[in-house]
Design a protein around this ligand. Structure first.
Ligand SMILES: Cc1cc2nc3c(=O)[nH]c(=O)nc-3n(C[C@H](O)[C@H](O)[C@H](O)COP(=O)(O)OP(=O)(O)OC[C@H]3O[C@@H](n4cnc5c(N)ncnc54)[C@H](O)[C@@H]3O)c2cc1C
Length: 307
């Protein structure tokens, strides 16, 4: 087996940025991506806060630019899923297991497998996923032209996606369990000024109901306990993230599954680095993920030089 300098797990903003910096440092590296390169940004309609773009840039365009930049520098981006890895102490390299039984070898690994949107965990959610329940407004909003939808959540992603949905839906209920939103002030202002968005504060969704498709959500007011029903055709859920770290050793993770790193993106396992949304204390933004990826690649370079 030919042993590479570096394997980067995941081709989202963190992984692609690590690949750009790794290639420029002269490392022999491979990036392993289980879906199409681009990560979560591929599900984002527009990005307004990534520096360098005076006008909002479509998520897919930003990511195809990052991918092309990495490929131009010679990065080997492969389509496969990393299932786990083990340290070979005798020969001092990581054996990385891919889906289908293939094995790769590398002296260093950067974990950049990001995070996935969390489920709400209420009755009806699983049954109606793809039939009215969605986790991606960019993908599914057009199915709800002139229909009524609900967005569940109150952070940046929920607010952005609710605004996007108003391009299609005639009315968007924005159901949040607290008495005010958590997202950026500018987004909050846009939401509150949008005549198609109806904020529903202090409220949780307790079930998603319907016959063949979604017809309503049942709600409960957190302060009064009062139960209610809102008639909707679709429900978009943005209630937090789950780090994609099941393939990593438990010993490097915090209790919530995020990877613990230092300021150099080093984990407690020598040669293993982590970057982006999967790490503890990340602000879960593209600009932070790309910065982490650059830091991790340069730290991996220093580590390889020290061997
Ligand atoms: C709807 C939505 C809107 C958003 N809007 C914005 C915004 O406007 N501005 C902003 O800054 N941020 C935004 N974000 C957040 C931003 O997308 C993330 O912070 C960023 O994508 C994190 O990058 P990452 O590389 O760490 O992880 P990800 O983007 O999650 O990329 C990880 C990659 O790893 C792959 N992967 C996972 N497991 C494996 C495995 N076992 N083997 C191989 N590959 C694997 C995944 O397929 C994925 O491509 C938004 C997120 C969402 C969901």
């Amino acid at each position: 087996m030919k042993i590479k300098d570096l394997i980067i797990a995941g081709a989202g903003p963190a992984g692609l940025s690590a690949a750009i910096y790794g290639m420029r440092a002269g490392m022999d590296l491979a990036v392993i991506e289980k879906l199409a390169p681009g990560g979560q940004v591929m599900t984002t309609y527009e990005v307004e806060n990534y520096p360098g773009f005076a006008e909002p840039v479509p998520g897919w365009e930003l990511m195809s630019r990052m991918e092309n930049q990495a490929r131009r520098l010679g990065a080997d981006i492969r389509s496969s899923q990393i299932e786990g890895f083990a340290w070979n102490d005798a020969e001092k390299y990581f054996r990385v297991a891919l889906a289908g039984g293939e094995m790769l070898g590398a002296r260093a690994v950067i974990a950049a497998t990001g995070a996935s949107l969390m489920k709400l965990g209420v009755p009806g959610e699983a049954d109606f996923t793809g039939r009215g329940v969605s986790y991606c407004a960019t993908c599914d909003a057009a199915f709800f032209r002139e229909k009524v939808t609900a967005v569940v959540g109150g952070g940046n992603t929920a607010l952005e996606e609710a605004i996007y949905l108003t391009k299609f839906s005639s009315k968007v209920y924005l159901v949040h369990r607290r008495d005010q939103f958590r997202g950026a002030k500018l987004l909050q202002q846009r939401v509150l000024e949008n005549p198609r968005i109806v904020p529903v504060f202090d409220t949780v969704v307790t079930s998603i109901n319907g016959e063949l498709r979604v017809e309503s959500v049942s709600t409960a007011n957190k302060k009064t306990g009062e139960a209610g029903t809102i008639a909707v055709d679709g429900v978009f859920i943005f209630v937090g993230y789950q780090p994609n770290t099941a393939w990593l050793p438990r010993g490097i993770l915090a209790a919530n599954g995020e990877v613990i790193v230092d300021m150099h993106m080093r984990t407690t396992m020598p040669g293993l680095f982590a970057a982006g949304d999967l790490r503890k204390d990340s602000i879960r933004q593209i600009v932070a993920a790309t910065a982490d990826g650059a830091t991790a690649a340069l730290s991996a370079y220093e580590y390889l030089e020290s061997l």
